[in-house]
Design a protein around this ligand. Structure first.
Ligand code: TRP
Length: 379
């Protein structure tokens, strides 16, 4: 019904829209699909698999096999994690999902995490409607959400671009010296009207791939768990890494979390189909109950034909974050298909879970307030 041609799909670091086809994205970005044998290797290193791995939500990678070879030789903690957030507004649940996965990686592999907050980028992206000061304020607010996910504060380092120190700048400058404008245009699609700050930002986002090596005084591999939309940055980074004497960064790509409306990823620009971490539990519950589902027009029809979980964002929220138990998820799927489970109770149950989740997140968010200052890297 809402079928759009796949060509409508837009996935860039600044825009994700249209009907997402993950197999096409692997082809388009030139990455590799996640495989059962890679999953087996993770499981034998750490003992189990996160639901996002078991369920194929982490669907693609760059050189993850290389990283596994490396740690099988040098020990499972011989790498660091790098991920990030562009603080253009309040955090929503779609952001927390990959961060929860990142926390799992941090716990299981017992590694340090470098978390970049690109307040500069978010200002440069829209300098007419935003101010740098606003984005810096969001950076500090978002930092609380990040830490509320439960990262180990002793092993977590926030890089807030506007506050980054001289060593960080040195890495960014070094990277920028090796990327020419022709390459940048080809990778990022910059045009004559792109402001030059955005062009330099490629080096700023690349820098955390090498910065840990500089801080540690030895070359250490970096694994980036992120959405595939950020991949162009890693492509540019990988092109220059070895020339500069550093390892190429490796990446794991996860699916986007849909909003509660029709199609598309969860987005702050559609506040009614997005749950922000700052929503009151009551507001959040209401939004869930208004969600578009994969259900039929009438209850009679649904009893007869069953719902379509594949086209249901409510089901997708259970799959990605709100149901850890595989057999409960499978049962929900079957009960929906068979017409036993109606959308009303299914949404109500999700709303209840979302409310509990939000209340917990919000109380943790208050608890970590004092940790923000101590986790920001100060050189
Ligand atoms: N550019 C990203 C955004 O707008 C933020 C970011 C910086 C990031 N470094 C990253 C995201 C590394 C993932 C991984 O959201």
């Amino acid at each position: 019904m809402s079928e759009q041609p796949v060509d409508d799909m837009v996935v860039t670091p600044w825009d994700v829209s249209g009907e997402l086809d993950y197999a096409k994205l692997i082809e388009k970005f030139g990455t590799k699909p996640m495989t059962g044998s890679l999953l087996n290797r993770i499981e034998s290193l750490v003992g189990d698999l996160h639901p996002m791995l078991r369920r194929g939500i982490v669907f693609s990678h760059r050189d993850f096999d290389w990283l596994l070879n490396h740690i099988e030789k040098h020990g499972k903690s011989d790498f660091v994690l790098y991920t990030g957030r562009g603080p253009s507004g309040n955090t929503h649940i779609g952001h927390l999902v990959p961060w929860q996965f990142t926390k799992w990686l941090q716990d299981k592999f017992d590694v340090h995490l470098y978390f970049q907050i690109t307040d500069d980028e978010k200002f440069l992206l829209d300098p007419i409607n935003r101010t740098y000061a606003q984005m810096q304020a969001y950076a500090m607010e978002n930092a609380k959400d990040i830490l509320a996910v439960g990262f180990d504060p002793e092993k977590t380092h926030l890089i807030i671009d506007s506050k980054a120190g001289p060593k960080f700048r040195e890495v960014a400058t070094t990277v920028s010296s090796r990327i020419n404008f022709t390459t940048a245009k080809a990778i990022f699609g910059f045009t004559e009207s792109t402001n030059i700050g955005m062009i330099y930002h490629a080096a700023i986002q690349s820098a955390p791939c090498f910065y840990p090596s500089v801080l540690l005084g030895r070359n250490i591999p970096v694994l980036i768990p992120a959405g595939i939309d950020q991949d162009p940055y890693w492509r540019a980074t990988r092109d220059v890494a070895e020339k500069l004497g550093w390892y190429k960064p490796t990446a794991l790509h996860s699916e986007f979390i849909p909003g509660l409306g029709k199609g598309g990823k969860m987005s702050a620009s559609q506040p009614n189909s997005t749950i922000f971490t700052t929503d009151t539990p009551k507001q959040a519950g209401k939004k869930v109950k208004r969600a578009v589902t994969g259900g039929r027009q009438t209850i009679a029809e649904q009893k007869e034909l069953g719902g379509i979980p594949e086209q249901c964002n409510v089901f997708s929220w259970y799959r990605t974050i709100f149901e850890d138990d595989d057999s409960a998820l499978q049962k929900r799927y079957e009960d929906c298909r068979s017409g036993t489970l109606m959308c009303g109770p299914c949404k109500q149950e999700l709303a209840d879970r979302v409310v509990i989740f939000l209340e917990m997140h919000q109380s943790r968010r208050e608890d970590v307030e004092d940790l923000v200052e101590q986790t920001i890297i100060r050189e």
